[in-house]
Design a protein around this ligand. Structure first.
Ligand code: FAD
Length: 435
């Protein structure tokens, strides 16, 4: 093979921008994937997400096999894999194609690999694939700076979409340009992990859900959202095709959620300091209480606030949590418990199957008030009224908190809701006024 296509967050063949480009320019393209040991080393053997990625890789390989080709899978530090393996295994290599990744770790890794390849006279090209508009695609006309508020960003996002359209890449026409070589997948045990049998949602969203999205998306007991987040995260579906569907069905609010995903990706690209620090730096002055017992109770779903505990138990058991409940538990942690949003962010990162640095960081900073579109700090969710409003019959709570009323369940919330709200407002006010 004289070209390689490197899969990362795009575990599909269909409508894959970088793969399309590779197959257009070259006659013999070898697709590869690397299980990144720098990331995997940190994880427990039973990590559910690794098992999910492994399943996606198996499916991807099957799709390549149907076209008479196969996926070559490596395990190691990607920089070393290119340096020590790819270069010697593919002496005819002219170009490596991939799709863009906007996370700081990935950008840094890609720069290193691009440099190694360049030293060997090999080109490196990354396409935009996982979002509709990235990096500098959508800037403010007034000063050519990135948007930091969602509503005007979305207006422009949509204008550009209507003008340029969500095109698709017809990869299937070019599959005869894949290298016809048979590689074997390593088994999951050889990567140091075990199969976890995680049930995954469908790769499609029905018209019925899109038509009623606006009315029922906030009710966690109802199946009112697409559940596509894990597929969007790993690129097992195409964002462009999903956007086309949303446009055709006139699902405006759903479309705006997809735009939030782009929005946070471009925030991460332009403001990488958000990875460790508050988007609004003055929020780093807040003196968090960081009570470890409270944090443990929150993680385990034992705070005595049923809606919070239901959400955390859903997360612990399934690797998913409904969006409305993510907002409630995040607000409870950062405001009522006064625990640093980074603690919650890290816990979500460990547990969510759909964990995405940009969206997760954006969601947490929003809840803590330190982020882009954050509501004023003195507007604090009351988890009890949130539950009355969005889970009026308690169906969601009862599904996940089966021991409510029993001895094992806290008799009352670990903190008084009203008192802790008052305290949070005082602490925030003082820190932000610089007193
Ligand atoms: P739907 O309502 O069907 O939305 C469709 C898609 O739009 C989602 O799959 C997702 O890709 C995107 N989307 C929806 N809402 C958002 C949003 N607020 N920000 C960015 N993208 C969005 N989403 C993640 O994908 N990964 C995360 O790690 C993540 N962490 C979050 C942490 C917090 C504290 C909060 C408040 C939200 C977080 N979200 C995250 C956003 C949102 O909760 C999930 O995307 C959504 O619940 C996934 O369910 P769904 O696929 O049924 O969503």
């Amino acid at each position: 093979a004289n070209a390689i296509f490197w899969h990362r967050r795009d575990l599909r063949i269909d409508d894959n921008a970088g793969l399309f480009q590779a197959l257009t320019e070259f006659q013999e393209v070898q697709p590869i994937f690397i299980f990144d040991s720098c990331i995997l080393e940190e994880l427990p053997k039973s990590d559910r997400r690794v098992s999910v990625i492994y399943d996606f890789i198996e499916d991807l390989n099957k799709a390549y096999q149907k076209a008479g080709a196969s996926l070559k899978v490596y395990h190691g530090d990607p920089v070393e894999v290119f340096q020590n393996k790819v270069l010697s295994e593919f002496p005819e290599l002219k170009k490596v194609f991939t799709n863009e990744d906007y996370e700081p770790y990935a950008k840094n890794r890609d720069e290193k690999i691009e440099a190694i390849l360049a030293e060997n006279g090999i080109a490196f090209q990354a396409e935009k694939d996982q979002v509709i508009w990235a990096k500098d695609d959508i800037l403010k006309s007034s000063d050519n700076r990135p948007y930091t508020v969602f509503t005007p960003y979305f207006r422009k996002w949509k204008e550009r979409l209507e003008k340029d359209g969500a095109y698709s890449f017809n990869v299937s026409d070019r599959l005869n340009h894949l290298a016809k070589v048979e590689y074997k997948l390593p088994n999951i045990e050889s990567l140091g992990f075990s199969n976890q049998d995680v049930p995954l949602p469908n790769k499609e969203v029905s018209s019925d859900i899109l038509n009623h999205y606006e009315e029922i998306r906030d009710y966690p007991a109802k199946a009112g959202t697409s559940r596509l987040s894990v597929h969007l995260r790993f690129g097992t579906i195409s964002i462009r095709k999903l956007v086309q569907q949303a446009q055709e069905e006139g699902a405006e609010i759903f479309l705006s959620e997809l735009a939030w995903r782009d929005f946070y990706q471009q925030i991460l690209h332009h403001f990488p300091h958000v990875v460790n620090g508050s988007f609004r730096p003055q929020y780093d002055q807040i003196p968090w209480s960081n009570n470890e017992d409270y944090f443990k109770a929150w993680c385990e779903g034992k705070t005595g606030v049923p809606i919070v505990d239901a959400g955390m138990r859903e997360l612990n058991e399934t690797g998913y949590m409904h969006n409305r409940v993510r907002m409630i538990v995040a607000s409870f942690l950062t405001k009522n418990l006064l625990i640093d949003w980074r603690w919650g962010e890290a816990y979500f990162a460990e547990k969510l199957l759909d964990f995405d640095l940009a969206a997760n960081n954006g969601g947490w900073q929003w809840a803590a008030g330190s982020g882009t579109d954050a509501a004023p700090y003195f507007r604090v969710f009351n988890p009890l009224t949130q539950a009355e409003k969005f889970d009026p019959r308690g169906t969601y709570i009862r599904k996940w908190v089966k021991d409510m009323g029993k001895d094992s369940y806290p008799k009352k919330p670990i903190v008084d809701i009203k008192e802790s709200r008052k305290k949070a407002i005082e602490v925030y006010k003082k820190a932000l006024s610089g007193e």
